[in-house]
Design a protein around this ligand. Structure first.
Ligand code: FES
Length: 109
């Protein structure tokens, strides 16, 4: 099964199993990672915002316009911010690394 890593707000890097087809937001919920996802993945809240490590950001499917619009409302927006409910796990994303907003971001040091 693919894996992915969440950088949590305290800086801890948590590697978890990431079932194919689940979104990053759904994977975070399975593992008790602190991502809200208030709208359940229907692009209406931006509380599933994650900051993607730049090398992975380039590999993601491009953003839809409604994701762009919703991201504008997100807290602590970065150049590689995405909505976690819009990133679906695939074999190509095995090893994906994302940080929670507000976390110390290791690749920005
Ligand atoms: Fe609401 Fe992603 S869960 S926009």
């Amino acid at each position: 099964m693919p894996k992915m890593t969440f950088i949590e707000k305290n800086g801890n890097a948590l590697e978890v199993e990431a079932p194919l087809g689940l979104s990053v937001m759904e994977i975070s919920h399975k593992h008790g990672v602190d991502i809200e996802g208030a709208c359940g993945g229907c692009l209406a809240c931006a509380t599933c915002h994650v900051v993607v490590r730049p090398d992975w950001y380039e590999k993601l499917a491009s953003k839809r316009e409604d994701e762009e619009d919703m991201l504008d409302l997100a807290f602590d927006l970065k150049k590689t911010s995405r909505l976690g409910c819009q990133i679906l796990m695939s074999n190509d994303l095995d090893g994906l690394v994302v940080a929670l907003p507000g976390a110390p971001i290791p690749w920005e040091k």
